[in-house]
Design a protein around this ligand. Structure first.
Ligand code: 5GP
Ligand code: ZN
Length: 113
């Protein structure tokens, strides 16, 4: 999609701090992190939302990316994986938030480990 910021990042038409890439997935740091580690795991093909996934391989490639990044960043002791949708989703290209380390929300359980 031409005017999609995440499609532009996939095509290297917009900058991003990329931490993982495969044939089908790209992952990069959120521009406005809500936690010490805040990575967005994104299918390279433009899929609007989690409700639009239909290809098991595409979804599994996101999981493979998450496993790889969790291991690389040694987040095994505490992480969250979150999909926002509908009114909670700002960017209209599906993405999985990987959060770790200290969160903005000081009462969050991740801050106690
Ligand atoms: P959503 O609310 O759609 O689930 O989250 C959108 C995420 O994308 C947020 O973490 C936001 O900071 C991030 N984001 C939005 N625009 C950009 C951008 O241009 N570059 C990067 N790296 N992250 C972005
Ligand atoms: Zn897109």
């Amino acid at each position: 999609m031409d005017d999609c910021i995440f499609c532009k990042i996939v095509k290297r038409e917009a900058p991003a701090s990329i931490v993982y890439e495969s044939d089908t997935v790209i992952a990069f740091k959120s521009i406005q992190p809500v936690s010490e580690t805040h990575i967005l795991i994104v299918p390279k093909d433009h899929v609007y939302s989690v409700t639009d996934f239909s290809d098991a391989n595409q979804f599994f490639s996101l999981l493979t990316a998450a496993q790889s990044i969790i291991a690389d960043l040694q987040l095994e002791k505490g992480y969250k994986l979150v999909f926002n949708g509908g009114k909670y989703q700002a960017v209209p290209h599906a993405h999985w938030h990987l959060l770790g380390g200290t969160l903005e929300d000081k009462k969050d359980v991740l801050n106690n480990i």
